[in-house]
Ligand binder design. Structure first.
Ligand code: AMP
Ligand code: ZN
Ligand code: ZN
Length: 419
């Protein structure tokens, strides 16, 4: 019997909870508020008015909400980068979800490009924060896995050398469930103050995916909206349980417009495909003339078209703030909202949703909610540009304003409480 005692003791220690010393049990007296930037990809501003989002609506009621104008083009990567850099795509370098660059011949930017040189035209907020000694953590965000400012080497293997990443970051993986993403954020915030992040990002993709497949007005899209709303509910409940005050900023990168194969512009019927190489097609088309064919391409593109306008890049209307970056192709065509530019006529009928259209179109308007100790309650703001979000984040983190940004914090001045 005597010999079994240590074993029984060890087993008991394994199965019973650790008994905390009185000091450990004491909750931290005051947790400094954190900033949580949440992106719900493709959450159109007016989805919030559908009466299917109890948690987001409660956040809006407790804080500030608005319909936010995305930057042009209203695509995922350009806008996520605009939100965290405060610069429009023409100046932040991420001019589309896919593009080429004369400075890197033979290479192509895609949504999985990690090489720092694609991203180095604008500094994201987590790099500014880390450089100022503010700890950051990203549960996905385009560009957050990039060693910003680092050098890309190919030997002995492909990797970035140097550069700055968030203290905690994750390689993008769609398979990580929304609940896991929320739990990862809460786990970071459960840490002791010294290793707890002060700026956190969190990203959800399912509303965009449903919007593309079914269109913005379909029950499946509403179901995805309700689902993500419950994930926001889990985040808010988790913060409450932790006693963690947070300024939560919920944004979308763009909205969603209904599209149909009935509303298609077939590019090959506008211009002989031998005259151009097409980059992106869809809500817009980026076209590069083939060798010696510039004048011929100009002649067929630069005239009136039904449901589409085309320009030389330098003639794109100034309000779109697009066309100076060398990464933008020489010719650019933009479809009327709800129409699609396709290489050829669609061979079978389809419906769904798309974005990338004029950023002033109401269908492209994006969600904005800000709630927490820094914000006044129950306030609606007039529409503002998404490049104003990075200046707001700087205010919340106590970082000085950038001198070369495209936005400013003016829209938030009336709703920010004095510190
Ligand atoms: P879009 O084609 O503009 O609708 O882009 C939306 C898609 O971007 C979503 O389906 C996501 O899966 C994908 N995405 C979002 N963030 C990332 C990321 N960090 N890396 C790669 N893909 C991403
Ligand atoms: Zn998107
Ligand atoms: Zn999308």
């Amino acid at each position: 019997m005597k010999t079994l005692l240590p074993l029984i003791g060890a087993l008991a220690a394994l199965s019973s909870p650790v008994i905390a010393k009185p000091n450990d049990a004491k909750p931290e007296v005051s947790r400094e508020p954190v900033v949580i930037l949440v992106s719900i990809d493709g959450f159109r501003a007016d989805y919030l008015d559908r009466g299917i989002t109890p948690n987001l609506s409660a956040l809006a009621a407790k804080g500030v909400s608005a319909s936010m104008r995305p930057s042009f083009p209203s695509k995922t990567f350009p806008n996520h980068w605009a939100l965290v850099t405060g610069k429009v795509p023409d100046r932040n370098g991420i001019i589309a979800n896919g593009f080429e660059d004369p400075a890197h011949p033979g290479e192509k930017f895609t949504m999985s490009s990690d090489e720092p040189y694609w991203w180095d035209e604008a500094e994201p907020i987590w790099v500014t924060a880390e450089k100022a000694g503010i700890r950051t953590a990203t549960m996905f965000w385009p560009g957050s896995n990039v060693a910003w400012g680092g050098t890309w080497v190919t030997e002995p293997w492909k990797e970035a050398v140097g550069g700055t990443r968030p203290s905690d970051w994750q390689q993008y993986n769609r398979a990580v469930s929304p609940a896991q993403r929320v739990n990862a954020v809460l786990d970071w915030l459960r840490r002791p103050a010294a290793t707890r992040p002060k700026l956190v990002t969190l990203y959800f993709d399912d509303v965009d995916t449903a919007g593309h497949h079914y269109g913005p007005d379909d029950a499946h899209t509403n179901a995805a909206v309700t689902e993500v709303d419950s994930d926001i509910g889990k985040l808010v409940a988790g913060l409450r349980e932790l006693g963690q005050a947070a300024n939560v900023i919920v944004v979308a990168d763009h909205g969603m417009a209904a599209v149909s194969s009935e509303r298609s512009i077939a590019l090959d019927q506008v211009a002989d495909p031998a005259l151009y190489k097409a980059g992106d097609t869809g809500p817009f088309a980026a076209l590069t003339p083939t060798e010696g064919n510039d004048a011929k391409l100009a002649a067929v593109l630069l005239k009136q078209h039904d449901h589409m306008q085309c320009w030389r890049k330098q003639d794109i209307p100034a309000r779109l703030h697009y066309g100076r970056n060398p990464r933008i192709a020489p010719y650019f065509c933009l479809a009327e909202t709800g129409w699609m530019i396709n290489a050829t006529k669609p061979d079978k009928p389809s419906t769904g949703g798309a974005h990338g259209f004029d950023n002033a179109a109401p269908e492209m308007a994006a969600l904005f909610i800000a709630s927490g100790p820094a914000f006044a309650a129950d306030r609606k703001l007039a529409a503002f540009d998404n490049v104003d979000v990075a200046p707001l984040l700087r205010d919340l983190l106590g970082l000085p304003q950038a001198t070369d940004g495209d936005g400013d914090d003016a829209p938030f001045k009336p709703v920010l409480k004095a510190k």
